[in-house]
Ligand binder design. Structure first.
Ligand code: PYC
Length: 333
């Protein structure tokens, strides 16, 4: 067996969505902040992301997180998020996977009933409170970055001539949020290709008109997620399909999407602070969310969200690259 590199991984899934947690083999990525490391990695080490996310080691909806030393004295670990689609500033399901792996592998001191882990992410620090019973991580409550509504009731014309009305909100990534029935589609997995195409067409139109940009960090930009709300959803229990660039669905209820959705509902006056919000994924799994307070991001009114979900370890692996492998970056079919 030969290999040009060895990447150590603990694979997990959060409410159905994979997170391949890379625990060793990458080294410390240059950069004074995790966002600088994200940009460096995207520029100089995309080969590692492609190897780990693309086929044959990954698949079209693969997602992962690379553990790093923290760049901040108040955090335990740094995290870089990788996906088939690129490098997210923040990923909720991925962070729940990371926190679960850190506890279950004993990489952090495990305290019952709650192990608190502070994580340095490209979007800012977040806190994971892992509920631990009999040494097992049962659930993770993640206190996410400040989230905010960018626009409500914005109209846009799509390539097929249809005009839709959507809200735009930020929860660690930018989310366009709108009822699925604006596309005359049922909330039915049998129509997933049409639902995905609808989400991608809106994404394309929004970015063509002008990418949303984070008011404090212009490197966080673009709308790559469309939150298609199912009929019958309310401000307490919502179901959705999350279409993600370049063409896949989140299997989990999407943590940053849940945060953005709660910020949108709060901006609409429909979700008060401390009210429980149940957010259900396309496959029927759920996160429970809550808003704990208000703040401002560069003068924009924002909320402080948390969400709770579960993750399970699915395997451990050492990913190798044989020098004779014809697909060192994998491939996308
Ligand atoms: O859970 O935040 C999330 C997420 C983003 C993309 C896929 N999952």
């Amino acid at each position: 067996m030969r290999s040009k590199l060895v990447l150590h991984a603990v694979d997990s899934h959060t409410e159905g969505m994979p997170t391949r947690v890379i625990t060793g083999g990458v080294g410390t990525v240059p950069g004074a902040t995790m966002n600088e490391r994200r940009l460096y990695f995207r520029e100089h080490r995309d080969d590692i992301k492609q190897l780990l996310m693309n086929e044959p080691r990954g698949h079209a909806a693969m997602s992962g997180a690379i553990l790093q030393p923290s760049t901040r004295p108040d955090c335990d670990f740094g995290v870089l998020y990788i996906e088939v689609s690129g490098y997210l500033p923040m990923c909720g399901h991925g962070t729940i996977g990371v926190a679960t792996v850190l506890v279950e592998t004993g990489m952090v001191e495990v305290v019952e009933p709650v192990t608190t882990i502070r994580l340095d992410t490209p979007a800012g620090p977040v806190v994971a409170e892992v509920e631990v019973r009999d040494g097992v991580a049962r659930s993770v409550t993640l206190r996410n970055v400040p989230s905010f509504a960018v626009a409500l009731d914005r109209k846009i014309r799509l390539a097929d001539g249809r005009t839709v009305t959507y809200d735009l909100a930020y929860g660690g990534n930018f989310y366009a949020i709108l009822p699925l029935d604006q596309f005359d589609l049922p909330f039915d997995r049998a129509r997933k290709d049409d639902i995905l195409a609808a989400g991608l067409s809106l994404m394309e139109a929004i970015n063509a008109e002008g990418e949303p940009v984070h008011p404090e960090d212009p490197s966080i930009r673009g709308c790559h997620h469309v939150h298609l709300v199912a009929p019958g959803s309310t401000a307490r229990h919502s179901r959705h399909a999350m279409a993600i660039h370049p063409g896949w669905f989140d299997r989990s209820p999407c943590g940053t999407g849940t945060s953005a959705r709660m910020a949108q509902l709060h901006a609409r006056g429909e979700l008060p602070l401390e009210a429980e919000f149940l957010n259900e994924s396309f496959i029927g799994t759920h996160f429970t969310g809550r808003l704990h307070g208000t703040t401002e991001v560069a003068g924009v009114p924002a909320v402080l969200p948390s969400f709770t979900g579960r993750a399970w370890v699915t395997g451990t692996a050492q990913y190798l690259l044989d020098p004779g492998d014809p697909f060192p970056a994998g491939f996308v079919l």
